[in-house]
Design a protein around this ligand. Structure first.
Ligand code: MN
Length: 130
């Protein structure tokens, strides 16, 4: 198993935060700043996990998840998807799960929660206990 994580996120501050956090653990981060680019990157590259913002400028994260799951690229049927959204409203988690996401996280992003959720699917290349 590899260590490539695709993050689909339009907010550059969140992108930088997550990039630093995951690279510190030895992961490689692939960046997409809108939904269409994210789906294309998922189909083109070998991706071990997808972090998916729900509020995106083109298609929303739910639609991204549906397209990823419906892809002709077989691996994308089971690649883990962690949904991330600013709206902690009831129903969001259910919507994300029914669109094909495996897990749901709320913003603001907590780095320790992020590490734990990512490591549950993809072991950290430079994992530590801190
Ligand atoms: Mn966003």
């Amino acid at each position: 198993m590899g260590n490539a994580i695709l993050y689909i996120e339009d907010n550059p501050d969140n992108m930088m935060l997550v990039k630093r956090a995951l690279e510190a653990r030895g992961y490689v981060l692939l960046e997409a700043f809108n939904g269409i680019a994210g789906v294309e990157l998922a189909e083109r590259e070998d991706v071990d996990l997808i972090l998916l913002d729900i509020n995106l400028p083109d298609i929303d994260g739910y639609e991204v998840a549906r397209r990823v799951r419906a892809s002709k690229k077989y691996a994308l049927a089971y690649t883990p998807i962690i949904a991330i959204t600013a709206n902690a409203l009831k129903g969001d988690a259910e919507k994300a799960l029914s669109a094909g996401c495996d897990v749901y996280m709320s913003k603001p992003i907590n780095i320790r929660e992020l590490w734990a959720r990512v490591e549950a699917f993809v072991p950290a290349p430079e994992g530590r206990d801190n």
